[in-house]
Every structure is written in structure tokens, then in C-alpha cells.
Design a protein around this ligand. Structure first.
Ligand code: ASP
Length: 299
């Protein structure tokens, strides 16, 4: 049986006056998760499915990934993404990538290329070009909502906390019919981030992890907290060595964030195909289908 879970980022709406967005996020997550479920039920590999659904989420300007990414302190979009294959622990990632519509696809190309796990900045862009990905103008990535957020940040109206808690990083975890697991995460990071800042989303073991003998994980929230706790790998260890299921491992993850005041959430699918989502922010919109069951959405 297959399982799929996707998220649209940890954060909150009300305080930012954007409650109406919740409904929109839910609908989009449902549609995209449905596409993933269709692929999985037709026998697609978990790796292909997480790549596809994360690319669809990147294309959707509602989310802080690909088109619609937040702007850094210089007002520039730089994106982080990673993808991991639980069959053999192969992984590919890109950091501070600019001008490519689908960082997760470039990350997949890094994985397939096999020499390296993580490419950053201009080197990653050169790799993407060499792999045949098209470079797009900045105007493709900039959406009015993010420009407004950036202006508010510039004017000191967006507190650091708001900047952290704006929604929209995306991620997916899947178990395919063969029982293999995969995970992918993609983000524009945090509004007003220092140029050169890299978050957890592209760091294997922090923002993403997949091992078919334990679980697949995607995280969202203040990336610094997930890097400090190496949270995704820590979860996988708890599943593998302590025998926790997805729900217990997700609880353990939240407990691990607590001592450092960590903020965000996780989605997990374990090797049996059980799914779990936990977060300590106001919201973390997510959609899932557990063990071939009905598609569900929570915003
Ligand atoms: N974790 C992402 C980062 O710190 C942001 C997020 O998930 O909202 O880059």
C-alpha cells in the first residue's frame, strides 16, 4: 500500500491578517496530493512522486518555494531544496539557487548525477544550465505578496518572528507500492534573511531525510532550529533504534525542539506507511493519504 503526506509550511495567518489564505492553501494542497496519490496507486516510485508534487507546489505562487519565494535582505529570491531516496540513501540538494523555477528538480539532477550531494549558488546554477534547465527572469519569482512582505520587513514592520513564521515552505514524504520511501523539501527561506544564509531545507538530516528501513521526513519552520537538532535524522534514528512509529517519532521531534525554543513542524511516513504531522506554530497546512486511504486535508 502507498502513503503520501505533503505540507505547505509552518506558520500562522491571523496575526498577519491573511486568514483567507488558509482556505486557498487547503484546496491547492488537496489537488496536488491527489496527483501524488494517483501516481503512487499507479505504481510510481516514491522518489518520482515527491519530486513531482514538490515541483507542483513550487509552481504555485501561494507557497514560499519556487515562484512566490520570499525575498532576502537584498530583495533577491534565493532558494534551497533537497530530495532523498530511501532505497539507497542517495540525496541531491541545492542551496541559494537563483533563477530556476524548480529547485527540487535541480536537486534531483544532483542526486542522479551522483558525484555530489549539495551544490550552492552560481555553481548550482551552472550545473542546472548544463543539465538543460531553463533560467528565468527575476520577474517570474517575484509576487506582490512577497514584495509587500519585504517592504514591511524593510520598514521594520515585520518582526523577526513574523518573518520566521510566514507560511509556505513545502515538503513531501511518500511510501510507494514496493515499500520504498522518499522525501523532498523546498523553500525560499526566511524574509530578510542575510545574503548567503542557507536553511535546513537543503540539509540532509536536518530538513529532509529518507531511509526505507525507518522513515521519510520533511521539516518546516525556523531552519536554524532544525539544523541545530539535526532533527530529520534524529527522527529516523528513533524509528530505527527505538522502534517508534510515525506518530511517536513526531512527538519525540517536537520534544527535541522544546529545550532550544525551536519553532516549526514535521511530516513523517514510516516504513509501515503510517503518517504523522506535528507542529508548534499556529498552523501547518498539510494533506495526506495513509495506507491507500481517503485523502485528508488539515489547515
Ligand atoms: N525551514 C525553512 C528555512 O529556515 C523555512 C520554513 O520552513 O518556513 O529556510
Amino acid at each position: 500500500v502507498y502513503s503520501l503526506m505533503i505540507h505547505g509550511g509552518a506558520g500562522r495567518w491571523e496575526e498577519l491578517g491573511r486568514a483567507a489564505e488558509a482556505t486557498a492553501h487547503g484546496g491547492v494542497l488537496r489537488d496536488i496530493a491527489a496527483t501524488g496519490c494517483e501516481m503512487l496507486s499507479g505504481g510510481a516510485r516514491a522518489l518520482d512522486v515527491v519530486e513531482r508534487v514538490v515541483a507542483l507546489l513550487e509552481d504555485e505562487p501561494l507557497f514560499n518555494a519556487g515562484r512566490g519565494s520570499v525575498l532576502n535582505a537584498d530583495g533577491v529570491v534565493t532558494m534551497d531544496a533537497a530530495i532523498m531516496d530511501g532505497r539507497d540513501l542517495r540525496a541531491g540538494a541545492v542551496a541559494s539557487l537563483q533563477r530556476f523555477a524548480n529547485p527540487v528538480r535541480v536537486a534531483r539532477a544532483v542526486l542522479e548525477h551522483g558525484d555530489h550531494v549539495l551544490l550552492m549558488g552560481e555553481g548550482a546554477a551552472r550545473f542546472a544550465l548544463a543539465q538543460g534547465f531553463a533560467e528565468l527572469p527575476d520577474s517570474y519569482f517575484l509576487v506582490p505578496k512577497r514584495q509587500d512582505e519585504w517592504l514591511r520587513w524593510k520598514d521594520g514592520l515585520l518582526t523577526t518572528d513574523d518573518a520566521v513564521l510566514v507560511h509556505g515552505t513545502v515538503g513531501a514524504v511518500a511510501r510507494d507500492l514496493r515499500g520504498d520511501l522518499a522525501a523532498a523539501t523546498s523553500t525560499g527561506g526566511r524574509t530578510g534573511k542575510h545574503p548567503g544564509r542557507v536553511g535546513d531545507s537543503c540539509v540532509v538530516g536536518a530538513g529532509v531525510y529518507a531511509d526505507s528501513t525507518s522513515c521519510a521526513v520533511s521539516t518546516t519552520g525556523r531552519g536554524e532550529d532544525f539544523m541545530r537538532t539535526a532533527l530529520a535524522k534524529s527522527l529516523a534514528c528513533q524509528v530505527q533504534w527505538l522502534g517508534l512509529d510515525a506518530a511517536a517519532a513526531a512527538d519525540a521531534a517536537m520534544a527535541e525542539l522544546e529545550p532550544i525554543g525551536g519553532s516549526g513542524g514535521v511530516i513523517i511516513v514510516d516504513r509501515q506507511g503510517r503518517c504523522a504531522a506535528r507542529f508548534n506554530t499556529a498552523h501547518m497546512p498539510h494533506a495526506w493519504a495513509e495506507l491507500g486511504g481517503e485523502l485528508q486535508v488539515a489547515v
